[in-house]
Ligand binder design. Sequence first.
Ligand code: FBP
Length: 559
Amino acid sequence: MLTVDLKKMEQGNSIFEREVRKLETPVCQLFLDEQGRAAPVAFNPEGKPLNARVAGPVAAEFSHLVKASGNRLLTAKRKNLSPATGRRVAVLFSGGPAAGGHNVVAGLKAVLGGQNILLGVRGGPQGLLAGNLFTIADKDARRILNTGGFDFLGSDRTKIKTPEQFAQVKKICDKNKLNALVIIGGDDSNTNAALLAEYLYPEVQVIGVPKTIDGDLQAGKFLPISFGFDTATKIYAELVGNILQDTPSSRKYWHFIKLMGRAASHVALEVALQTRPAVALISEEIAAKKIPLRKIVDSLARTVIQRAKKGLRHGVVVIPEGLIEFIPDLTDLLKTLNDLLARHVSSLKSLTLAKRREFAAKELQSGQAALFKSLPDYLQEMLLLDRDSHGNLQVSQIPTEKLLIDMTAARVKQLSPGTPFSTNSHFFGYEGRCGAPSLFDAAFTFNLGLTAGSLILDKRTGYMAALSDLNKGGRVLAIPLTGLINVEKRHGQDEMVIAKALVKTNSPAFKFLAARRRAWSAADLFASPGPRQLWGPAARQLPISVALNQGYASLNFKL
Ligand code: FBP
């Protein structure tokens, strides 16, 4: 009989994790004390106030924060010689997972030290409302260091928005004698952090940490990228590279690959730069040039036909997750549907999907109703799915890759009957969010944790921890959250939110792609970058798009 030694198996299974925990995590020089241990730093305001464009309305909504910060950036200048002690700090994850979250917690724990208490909130904002808190021990921080996922605490997408929810958070803070709250999240979660910082002012400090694989939480030279983007894009680039390598081997398939990343195309752009596929669609370009759906399809079909004439019956098309929201004729339709759903949310809730479709067809004006009807059934259904609690369309569920395959196949048949077009569709998303962090994300996040903890010990509130100058040892910064706030339409109403950073079509990274893509589609010039490296020649490689946009001379980070 086969017997299994579970203990040995467990030891065997965890070799990678044990080694990864031992990995050296680079720390910005400023944080190191004479003994080489991580120590808190203090901050000074620098430069002009941010966000002059909407300064009035923002100052009215966030009067305490704007008065306290002057909306000015903070830079870490010196060691904090007398940091606060006895603080009780809670940390939570909000939104989708991203590699490196555990290192933020470990960095916080390291900088808060034994003089302060760090509590973890289980299950994200919902867990905060439920008061699900526990004390994080040193051994927890050692166990989770450099590991992927958010499983140590868990996360959720609850948006704290009603007066009752705000009052409940205050109650939980009082009950747990909290002095500070760290919210690790994306643009919406950091907007929530700003609102909470204002509401809880001055008793409870609130600090945000920029997380999201989407890369759409950026602040120019102050915050080149959010954490998780590097790991996710390296994982996707490995997968796309492997498929690219397969195509001239098997010589028969076109692969349409949609990549997660929500509305912005940062993920698709970065993966395209790393792998050089035949086609990479960039939503922001399509919107800027107002390219309608039929033109996108026409151009795809012509690429298929031209490559087939050269004997290349294969290829890869990279598609950003949010593409559908950027195609002008579809965007108009989506806007109308978003407003319609927001206005009729309660009556629509009780309707079946079929009835919702009838309702939408009736409510839409003739041109849009015709477009809506012309879409395949599965797409109509998707467009009528409920929005998430932040008012976003759940674009990850729309099968854009299948829609493009179906329409391209029809167009190829029209233009050149007989041209071979065998296809496969893929959607890579969850594959990339929870892998062990790349060396960059491991270091970036640990330093963000040190920054967030330092801000608390320096008695600051309403800031986002940030790190810039990633090629020169890292510059430790804090961005006033109110400096990032913008006015946007959500749920059919104007709301103050942190703006999503989209791909700029005049950015160096986009221009780099635009200058080369014709060559990449005319012949097989792809690259297969292989797995992300924790040791080895490419271990310190930054995302190519970040290095290009920031004007770094080399692709390597230096922290
Ligand atoms: P965040 O903005 O919360 O970091 O979301 C990241 C993300 O992976 C998006 O790319 C994707 O659209 C979304 O989460 C999917 O979320 P869910 O798993 O909740 O459907």
